[in-house]
Design a protein around this ligand. Structure first.
Ligand code: GLN
Length: 471
C-alpha cells in the first residue's frame, strides 16, 4: 500500500474514533497528507520509520501544529521549532498525524484534568485511560497508530499503558532529549514511548535516543541496537520481586495477575529473587514535594506576556498576570503551584524540599542495592485497573496513589516499562512493570518483547479499528 493511502486511512480512522474517545486535540490532515506525498517522491528508501504514522502528546513542541499542554493558558500556541524527538522522527520518515489530549501540563493520572475534556478508555468508555498521556495511549490502544510519544514525570506513560493494555516505556533520565518538551518538573521529566508491541517501542527509541546539544542533561552514551536485542534468550536473567510492595492498597486481581506473570517469567527461564526497596513507601510524598516545587518555578513563565492566552480588561500589569493565570490554569495546576510555592518558601524549605531531596537519594540507593542482586525489578504498574470517570476526581490523594509503583523510577532516574500481563474479571487490562538499571532499555525491551510474544492479551479493546492493519 502506498504511504499516501495508508496515511489517508489512518487520518480517517483517527477522525472517526476521536468523536467518541477524544484522544486527539488536533488531527493534522493537511500536514500529514503533504508529508506522505513528499516521502513518496523522495528517493530515500532507507529511513527506518518511513511512512509510519505517529501521534504526539500536546506538550511536545511541533512547529506545524499547536502545543497546548492541555491548557487554556497556551490555547492554540504554535511553537517555532520542533522538539528534538519530533525532528528525529521526521528525519527518519515518520509522519506526525496529530497532537494528543492530556492532563493539563501533564499533571494527573486520569486525563480528567485536560481543559479540553476527558479522554475515554477504548476498553470501556465509562472509564479513564489513565494519565497524563492518556490521549497518546488511546491512539495506540484503539489501533489508530501503532506508536506514539507521551511524557513521564511520575508514571504518565507506564500507568496509561497499563490501563489501556499496551506497552509503555519511560527511559533513563538523559536518554532522550527534553528539548521542546514543555517542562513540568525538569529533574523528573522524560519523553516516553507507547507501542502496541515492544518492537514498536524499540524502533522509535532507536531513532530518538541519544545526546542532543540542545539538552545538556542528555548523556554522551552510545545508543545500543534495541531492535537487535529484542529476541535474545532471557534464560538466566534475574528478576527481583519487592514482596513488601505487594500488600496494602493493591487490588487482588492485579496482584494475582502479576504473580502469574512472575511464574510465567520463571517458566521462560528467568531466575526470581527477593529484593527490598525499604524507602519506596516515601516515593509518593517525595514526588509530590519535588514535582510541585519544580512545577511552581517552571510554570511561572505562563504570565500572559510570552505565550498564548492573555486575560482581557486588565489594564495594570500585576492584575493582568493574576487574571491570566486565574482564568488560564485549571484547578489541579493551581493546587500544585500553591503546594510547590509553599514547600519552597523560607521557613519550610528545609523541612520539606531539602528533606525530600535527601529521601530521593535514599530511594536511589535502594535501587542500586537491589540491582546488585537482580537485572530488573518487577511490580504491578498501577495498584488497580482503569477506574471509572469521576471516581477519583474529587479526591486528589486517592488519585496520587495511582503512581505508587511508578514515581520511584522517575525519582531515581532509572528506566521502566509497562507490559500487558492479564485481564480482570470485567475484561480490563492489567500491566506489569519492569524497572531496570540506568541505560538498560535494551534489557527491558527484550523482556517485554519475549513476554508479549509468549503471553499476549486474550482480548482487544471494544472500541478499536479492527478492519485495518496499520503499517
Ligand atoms: N500522575 C502523576 C502526576 O500527576 C504523574 C504525571 C506525569 O508523569 N506527568 O504528577
Amino acid at each position: 500500500m502506498s504511504i499516501a493511502t495508508n496515511i489517508k486511512k489512518t487520518l480517517d480512522n483517527a477522525e472517526k474514533l476521536n468523536e467518541t474517545l477524544n484522544c486527539f486535540l488536533t488531527i493534522e490532515r493537511e500536514y500529514a497528507t503533504r508529508r506522505a506525498a513528499e516521502l513518496e517522491n523522495s528517493a530515500n528508501e532507507n529511513q527506518s520509520l518511513r511512512g509510519v504514522a505517529i501521534a504526539v502528546k500536546d506538550n511536545i513542541c511541533t512547529h506545524f501544529s499547536q502545543t497546548s499542554c492541555g491548557s487554556r493558558i497556551l490555547g492554540n500556541y504554535q511553537p517555532q521549532y520542533n522538539a528534538t524527538a519530533v525532528e528525529k522522527l521526521v528525519d527518519a520518515g515518520a509522519i506526525i498525524i496529530g497532537k494528543t489530549n492530556m492532563d493539563e501540563f501533564a499533571m494527573g493520572s486520569s486525563n480528567e484534568n485536560s481543559a479540553f475534556g476527558t479522554v475515554k478508555n477504548p476498553w470501556d468508555t465509562t472509564r479513564v485511560p489513565g494519565g497524563s498521556s492518556g490521549g497518546s495511549a488511546v491512539a495506540v490502544a484503539s489501533n489508530v497508530v501503532r506508536v506514539s510519544l507521551g511524557s513521564e514525570t511520575g508514571g504518565s506513560v507506564r500507568q496509561p499503558a497499563s490501563f489501556c493494555g499496551i506497552v509503555g516505556l519511560k527511559p533513563t533520565y538523559g536518554r532522550i532529549s527534553r528539548y521542546g518538551l514543555v517542562a513540568f518538573a525538569s529533574s523528573l521529566d522524560q519523553i516516553g514511548i507507547f507501542g502496541q508491541t515492544a518492537k514498536d517501542v524499540a524502533e522509535v527509541l532507536q531513532v530518538i535516543a541519544g545526546r542532543d546539544k540542545h539538552d545538556a542533561t542528555t548523556a554522551e552514551m552510545e545508543v545500543p541496537n534495541y531492535v537487535a536485542e529484542l529476541e535474545k534468550e532471557i534464560k538466566g536473567k534475574k528478576i527481583g520481586v519487592p514482596r513488601a510492595l505487594f500488600g496494602e492498597g493493591l487490588d487482588e486481581e492485579v496482584r494475582n495477575s502479576v504473580e502469574q506473570a512472575i511464574d510465567n517469567y520463571r517458566s521462560l527461564g528467568a531466575e526470581i529473587v527477593d529484593v527490598e526497596l525499604p524507602n519506596s513507601k516515601y516515593s509518593i510524598a517525595v514526588y509530590y514535594i519535588l514535582a510541585t516545587a519544580e512545577a511552581s518555578s517552571n510554570l511561572a513563565r505562563f504570565d500572559g506576556v510570552r505565550y498564548g492566552f492573555r486575560a482581557e480588561n486588565a489594564p495594570e500589569l500585576r492584575e493582568m498576570y493574576m487574571k491570566t493565570r486565574s482564568i488560564g490554569f485549571g484547578a489541579e495546576v493551581k493546587r500544585r503551584i500553591m503546594l510547590g510555592t509553599y514547600v519552597l518558601s523560607s521557613g519550610y524549605y528545609e523541612a520539606y524540599y531539602a528533606k525530600a531531596q535527601k529521601v530521593r537519594t535514599l530511594l536511589k540507593q535502594d535501587f542500586l542495592n537491589a540491582f546488585e542482586k537482580c537485572d530488573v525489578i518487577i511490580t504491578p504498574t498501577a495498584p488497580t485497573v482503569a477506574f471509572k470517570i469521576g471516581e477519583k476526581s474529587d479526591d486528589p490523594l486517592a488519585m496520587y496513589l495511582s503512581d505508587i509503583y511508578t514515581a520511584s523510577a522517575n525519582l531515581a532516574g532509572i528506566p521502566g516499562i509497562s507490559v500487558p500481563c492479564g485481564l480482570s474479571a470485567e475484561g480490563l487490562p492489567i500491566g506489569l512493570q519492569l524497572a531496570g538499571k540506568n541505560w538498560s532499555e535494551d534489557v527491558l525491551l527484550n523482556l517485554a518483547n519475549v513476554y508479549g510474544n509468549e503471553f499476549p492479551l486474550k482480548a482487544k479493546p471494544k472500541l478499536a479499528i479492527t478492519d485495518y492493519k496499520i503499517v
